[in-house]
Design a binder for this molecule. Structure first.
Ligand SMILES: NC(=O)c1ccc[n+]([C@@H]2O[C@H](COP(=O)([O-])OP(=O)(O)OC[C@H]3O[C@@H](n4cnc5c(N)ncnc54)[C@H](OP(=O)(O)O)[C@@H]3O)[C@@H](O)[C@H]2O)c1
Length: 393
């Protein structure tokens, strides 16, 4: 504890959050605005590719739109006035592609351009925290030993996983510098955004259950028996923000990567019916039916895909929004991240991340996973993204 006080006392910090419209960046912004004082964090600079969608108000917040596909020299010109005071920076910009090769290509450069620019213009820099994720362990493609720890060996070459490239670039570039690095690796993020993004489980589930309820159909989970009976964990976005700020401001956590999950695990066979019940669906109508007999390494199986299911559901959603006086939620139909969810639910293996390391370093954050979904659904209603609870009657 002494080390923390030494670092924070008397030193105002200036945050620079990237991906401010995203599921992670928005959570970090809300965390700093609602849980910290101007004595601790004097300024909170936020960037996103498009104008900031958050309605959060705090005189400390300064927004700048930046496109990190531009080379660092161009970025330096745009950032040098607004971002020069940065002490702590949080990178959660991300370009989603459903094709894994395209995903790697799009994200590698994004981080490099950002890193070269911020390190050139911020002389008081103390920490750069990069968010990667469970895909670091290649669990989106093949099984790995559970629970996965931060020092797990790399499953593929650097060119096949952009997280390796991003993390290596950060660590190599930090050598002999007087700032520190951290990496946060969350599991599937449960949270809300004001803008559509590429991976949003809670929003996709809400759309699915509400449409099934409105149509009077069953709501099976589009997965196979191995995944259905297996275990999973997830990470609530505000909890990720909590860990991120914790590790990036504590000297003892310097230059380390940390997994992030809620701290519990769920078995889908029980959890999916619980979520269905929340949306007024009989849990008996929410089971999965595809039996996997002999899954091979990396075998993917689904009884049906979310992406094809969603194709003809827009009229149902529109009608539901009209009937519940929530016409502004109609556009939410385009925010379902069906293909991402299909990658996940097609897997015939479970993947769990260990959070023992974060615990060992003193982090005590925890969130019940069911509660993380309910809190997120409530937030989606509050923001007018999904209709109010009457839609579940
Ligand atoms: N979402 C999940 O379930 C999940 C799970 C585990 C790990 N992760 C990882 O967490 C990291 C952050 O992902 P996320 O899901 O939080 O992101 P996200 O919600 O998809 O948000 C992405 C952010 O990046 C910004 N962005 C996109 N293109 C950009 C560009 N060219 N220049 C600058 N900014 C750009 C977006 O800006 P605009 O919206 O303004 O265009 C948005 O603010 C990624 O590495 C991701 O793989 C995510």
């Amino acid at each position: 504890m002494t080390a923390i006080q030494v670092e924070t006392k008397g030193q105002q910090k200036v945050a620079f959050i990237t991906g401010g419209n995203g599921i992670t960046g928005n959570a970090i912004l809300e965390y700093l605005v609602t849980k910290t004082t101007a004595e601790e964090w004097s300024k909170i600079i936020v960037t996103s590719n498009s104008p900031l969608a958050s309605t959060i108000e705090d005189s400390r917040v300064v927004f700048i739109a930046l496109d990190f596909t531009q080379d660092s020299q161009k970025l330096i010109k745009q950032m040098q006035t607004v971002c020069a005071e940065t002490t702590h920076t949080y990178f959660s910009s991300y370009v989603h592609r459903d094709d894994f090769r395209e995903l790697n290509y799009a994200n590698e450069r994004l981080f490099e351009n950002f890193l070269l620019a911020i390190t050139s213009i911020a002389p008081n820099l103390k920490n750069i925290t990069l968010q990667t994720g469970g895909k670091y362990y290649n669990v989106h493609i093949q099984p790995a030993s559970n629970p996965l720890r931060e020092d797990h060996h790399r499953a593929v070459s650097k060119s096949e996983n952009f997280y390796y490239a991003q993390e290596d670039f950060l660590k190599d570039y930090q050598k002999n510098k007087n700032w520190t690095w951290n990496v946060i690796r969350p599991q599937a993020i449960i949270g809300s955004t004001y803008k559509p993004n590429g991976m949003n489980s809670a929003l996709s589930f809400a759309l699915y259950f509400l449409i099934c309820k409105r149509s009077g159909t069953k709501a099976p989970m589009p997965t196979n028996s191995s995944y259905w009976e297996g275990y999973d964990d997830m990470a609530y976005a505000p909890l990720i923000a909590d860990l991120t700020i914790f590790v990036s401001t504590q000297p003892r956590c310097a230059n380390e990567a940390f997994n992030c999950t809620n701290g519990d695990s769920v078995c889908w066979k029980y959890f999916w019916p619980q979520l269905a019940t929340y949306f007024g669906i009989d849990p008996a109508d929410a089971s999965s039916q595809l039996t996997v007999t002999e899954p091979g390494d990396g075998d993917v199986q689904q009884p049906f895909s979310f992406a094809s299911w969603a194709k003809d559901k827009r009229p149902v959603w529109d009608k539901l929004c009209e009937e519940t006086g929530s016409a502004s939620s109609k556009k939410t139909f385009d925010c379902g991240t069906w293909q991402f969810q299909d990658w996940v639910f097609g897997r015939t293996w479970s993947a769990l991340l260990s959070v023992s390391k974060a615990r060992r370093y003193g982090w005590t954050g925890y969130m019940d996973s069911f509660d993380s979904f309910i809190a997120t659904f409530d937030e989606l209603v509050r923001q007018g993204i999904i209709p109010p609870p009457a839609a579940r009657q």
